[in-house]
Design a protein around this ligand. Structure first.
Ligand code: GDP
Ligand code: IMO
Ligand code: MG
Length: 432
């Protein structure tokens, strides 16, 4: 029996929500440890779809505790709106089943505005990141700059006004520089006091809760957001998100020591997608890319943007296996590849006439690399809804085996549709 960390091994949207939901049956606690409502995790249970951005995917299962850890940046309005939306779908969120770290950083309206202003300004110069405009980056900047307002501050009306002054000194200087209107102290105080009563009941000393539960033998499931190639250090910088998305962050972003993390499960799509700007060596701008996008319904859950699609990049995932310490993967969306005559897998790149086996760190080199492919035969049979290896065509099994070999990690779970139960279990990560 062990704890399990789920991370995305590509550029996000690998199907983390579906797999976390499936695994959460076996867990007692599900913890988010980074990111914010830039995430969009879709679960489909008996034909009903749930879209979660901030709440851990375990929230839909009765009897589980969902935790938002200190590593998350929390927009209180987004939290309250998501709780209401889930309530309308019959999922009750109360302080019984949701705990929010008292030391988590808050996203304020000024963060969202700054994110948008910067993206608008960068659009004109062709340098935008293509963020979700949720204020994620600016909120993390304030956290590291030691001027953030945190959940616990909502309960301390004596110190809050001074903290608001401090954050405004910084933001109003930026806003003046961008030619935008300044924000008043009263406006931010009003924004914070209007949500305090509804957010504070969820506050928790999360490190202590996790420590107690771990000692009692509870099974803890960590739910990563985004993907390893969007990691602030290990991703395709600067086209990344503003947090560490790799598995090590599960510890720092929750307060549970790294020795207790256990099995690291990398969620891996059977092809590659990315939303927003940035390098994407195996991107397909042809009819095959369009086929993958349409068949895989590759539209962003959060922004509705079309996701860029391409062949599976084993060189990138091999890198993620290393940077996360991935024990095994959950391979998702294999069914989307049904019907293609042949399939390509990227095994490395050509850079300035030399073959290399990993994506270089420099932005210029990342833009110049050309993928080196191996080609496999496709399969015509449908794998949609397959629930055992025996249901898979021989060529599909060959593809999976090739992926395992190239990335250097075994498949623990295989997903063949958005539905919770259309999942093949090879190795139970909690029992490994
Ligand atoms: P996440 O951000 O990693 O949780 O992934 P998203 O939920 O943003 O995107 C994954 C999409 O693929 C969702 O719409 C899922 O319902 C869907 N999905 C997950 N697994 C599978 C699968 O095995 N096959 C198919 N066809 N769709 C899947
Ligand atoms: P899930 O958890 C895919 C991308 C954005 C943009 C970059 C920076 O659903 O896999 P940000 O708003 O975070 O500053 O945007 O990161 N991005 C995601 N792409 N899936 C996500 O989350 C993402 N969260 C952020 O598109 O390129
Ligand atoms: Mg998503």
């Amino acid at each position: 029996m062990t704890n399990v960390v789920v991370v995305g091994s590509q550029w996000g949207d690998e199907g983390k929500g579906k797999i976390v939901d499936w695994l959460s049956e076996r867990a007692d606690i599900v913890v988010r440890f980074q990111g914010g409502h830039n995430a969009g995790h879709t679960l489909v249970i008996d034909g009903v779809s749930y879209k979660l951005s901030l709440l851990p995917s375990g929230i839909v299962r009765p009897g589980k505790i969902a935790v938002i850890g200190n590593g998350v940046v929390l927009d209180p309005h987004a939290l309250l709106a998501e709780i209401e939306k889930l309530g309308a779908q019959g999922v009750k969120v109360t302080p019984e089943n949701l705990r929010v770290a008292d030391n988590a950083t808050l996203i304020l309206s000024l963060h969202r505005e700054l994110d948008g202003m910067r993206e608008d300004a960068a659009s004109n110069s062709g340098t935008k990141i293509g963020t979700t405009r949720r204020g994620i980056g600016p909120a993390y900047e304030d956290k590291v700059g030691r001027r953030a307002i945190r959940v616990m501050d909502l309960a301390d009306m004596e110190t809050l006004p001074g903290k608001v002054d401090r954050i405004l000194t910084h933001h109003n200087a930026l806003r003046r520089g961008l030619g935008e209107k300044e924000v008043s102290h009263e406006a931010i105080m009003q924004e914070l006091t209007s949500v305090a009563d509804r957010v504070l009941p969820f506050r928790e000393t999360v490190w202590e809760l996790l420590d107690k539960q771990r000692r009692k033998g509870a099974r803890i499931l960590f739910e990563g957001a985004q993907g390893s190639l969007l990691d602030i250090d290990h991703g395709t910088y600067p086209f990344v998100t503003s947090s560490n998305t790799v598995a090590g962050q599960a510890s720092a972003g929750s307060g549970m020591g790294p020795g207790a993390l256990g099995y690291i499960l990398g969620i891996t799509k059977a092809y590659t997608t990315r939303v927003g700007e940035g390098p994407f060596p195996t991107e397909l701008k042809d009819e095959i890319g369009q086929f993958l996008g349409e068949k895989g319904h590759e539209f962003g859950t959060v922004t509705g943007r079309k996701r860029r699609c391409g062949w599976f990049d084993a060189a990138l995932v091999r890198q993620s296996v290393a940077t996360n310490g991935i024990t095994g993967i959950a391979l998702t969306k294999l069914d989307v590849l049904d019907g293609l005559d042949e399939l390509k897998i990227c095994v490395g790149y050509m850079l300035d006439g030399q073959q290399i086996d990993h994506l270089p760190a420099s932005q210029g080199a990342q833009a110049r690399v050309e993928p080196v492919y191996v080609t496999l035969e496709g399969w015509k049979e449908s794998t949609v809804g397959a629930r055992s290896w025996a249901d898979l065509p021989a060529q599909a099994i060959k593809y999976v085996r090739q992926v395992e070999e190239l990335i250097g990690a075994p498949v623990a779970l295989l997903s063949t549709s958005p539905e919770r139960d259309d999942t093949i279990l090879v190795t139970d990560p909690f029992e490994d």
